[in-house]
Design a protein around this ligand. Sequence first.
Ligand SMILES: Cc1cc2nc3c(=O)[nH]c(=O)nc-3n(C[C@H](O)[C@H](O)[C@H](O)COP(=O)(O)OP(=O)(O)OC[C@H]3O[C@@H](n4cnc5c(N)ncnc54)[C@H](O)[C@@H]3O)c2cc1C
Length: 495
Amino acid sequence: MKTDLKAVIIGSGVAGLASAIRLSVQGVTVTVFEKNNYPGGKLSHFEKDGFHFDAGPSLFTQPQNIEELFLLAGENMADYFQYEQVPLACKYFYEDGTIINAFTDAKKLGTELAAKLGEDAGSVEEYLLQSKKLYKNVGSIFLNYSLHKIKPLFKAPLAKAIRTVKWKHLFSSMNDVNKSFFTKPQTVQLFNRYATYNGSNPYKAPGMLCLIPHLEHNEGTFYPKGGMISITNALYKLALKKGVKFQFNKPVQRIIYNEGKIKGIIANGENIDATIAVSNMDVYGTYKYLLNDGLTAKKLLKQERSSSALVFYWGIGKEFAQLELHNIFFSENYKAEFDHLFRSKTLYSDPTVYINITSKYGRALNAPAGKENWFVMVNAPANTGQDWDTIKKQCRKNIIGKLNRLLKTDIEPLIETEETLDPIMIEDKTSSFMGSLYGTSSNSKMAAFMRHPNFSSKIKGLYFAGGSVHPGGGIPLCLLSAKIMSEIVAEDFSE
Ligand SMILES: Cc1cc2nc3c(=O)[nH]c(=O)nc-3n(C[C@H](O)[C@H](O)[C@H](O)COP(=O)(O)OP(=O)(O)OC[C@H]3O[C@@H](n4cnc5c(N)ncnc54)[C@H](O)[C@@H]3O)c2cc1C
C-alpha cells in the first residue's frame, strides 16, 4: 500500500466504523464525518423511564465478522466485546394456538416441528443441510467478493458454486422452494420469514435466499453482553484505539473530485482534503446530494426498495414467562401481508409482530425489576408519502388486539412508557432513502447482481460500504461490505 493516504469516511454506521478500522490498520490516516452526535447509525440505543432499548437491529449472527476486526487490529476482543450463544433462535406463535420453539440446532428443530406440527423431521434436517451447502458454496462467494472485479472473483471457488446451484434457486421463489420441501403451511411460513432478513418478499425473492436459515439454525444466534449497542461501542472504541479521528455533528454536503480523482469533501461548509472517500451514506443520497448526480440516483431507483419498519418501544409493567428474547406472532395470511407491503404499500390489518425483549438476558441493564423492555416491530413499506400517523395508530391497535388474543392478557394497561419509529424517522436519523432498512430488496432474480458495487468505476478513490451496497443487508453483510471495500482499496493503491 502507498503511504500518506488520507481517507474520509462519510457516516459512522456499523460499516463506516468497520471501514475506518480496516483502512487505519492498512496504514491510511482516517477521519470519520458523522452528521449525528453519536456513532452507530441504525445501531443505536436510548433510555426512557428506566427502560433501555436497542433502537434498531436486535438479531446478532456471525460474530466472526466482528472477531476478524479485532484480530486484524491486534487487539484482544474480550477487552472490548463479549457475547454468548442463544439456544432458541425464536419462539413462534400462530393464530391457531400452535407455538414453536425454533432451536438453533437443526436436529432439535426437526424434532420440535415433527412433534408440534407433524412435519417430517428428516425433511427439516435435509432442508437445513441444503441451506448450509448453498450458503457455503454459493452465498460465501456473493458475500466475500466484489461481483464487479473480475480478477479477485476468479480466485473464488466458482466450480463448487456452479455444481451446487439448482434451477429452483434461481428461477423459483423462496415460497415455492419451501412448499416443495414441507407439507405443513406453518413450516413454510416459518422458513418464508427469512426473506425479511433483507427486507424482501418470499413470494417474489429467489429460492437462493433459502441459504439464510443456515445462519440461525446451523451457525446459531448470539446475544452481545450489554445489548446490541455494545457492538457500536466496541467498534467505536477500537477505531479510536487505531488512531481514527471522529467529527460528530458534521454532515458531509459534497464529495469533491477533479479529473476523475477524489480531492476531498465539504463537511459543515469546510473543505477537507482526501485521497480516498468512503461513503457509508445510502448510495442513492450519495449520488443525488453529495455528487449532484441526479441521473445516476434516478437509475438506482429502478430497483425496488427494501421494506422498512414500524417500531413501538414499550416499557411493560410485568414479566411474561412465556416469552423469549426473540418472539414472532405470525399473520394468519402471510401472502396478503406481503401483497400489502410491496403492492399496496401499506400495512395489513393482521401484521406479523416481532417482539424482542433484551431484559430476558440482561435484566439489570435493560428494565426495572419485574418489568420488561419490549421492542415491538412490524414490517412496513418504504415511505412513499403514506399518512404514517394514521397508519401507526391503526397498527398499534391491530398489534394490541393480536397480542391480547395470543397472550390472553390485556396488554394496553401494561404499557408504562412508549416511543415509536417509522420510515420517515428512519430516513431523518440515518439518511436511508425512503426509510428502507436494507437499501434495495431482493425481489427479483438479478437483485444480488444489481446492488451498487463497493467502488466507483468513474471516480478513482471513491468507495462505498453499508447496507445499501454490495453485498447489502443487515449487520454481518455491512461488515463484509467494509471488508470487500478495503481489499479493493489495497489493490487500487498498491505500490
Ligand atoms: C428497526 C430496525 C431493525 C433492524 N433489525 C436488524 C437485525 O435484527 N439484524 C441485523 O443484522 N440488521 C438489522 N437492521 C439493519 C441494520 O441496522 C443495518 O443493516 C445496519 O445497521 C446499517 O449499517 P450501515 O453501516 O449501512 O449504516 P447506517 O446505520 O444506515 O448509518 C449510516 C450513518 O451515516 C450517517 N450519514 C448519512 N449521511 C451522512 C452525511 N451526508 N454526512 C455525515 N454522515 C452521514 C448517518 O447519520 C448514519 O450514522 C435493522 C434496522 C432497523 C432500522
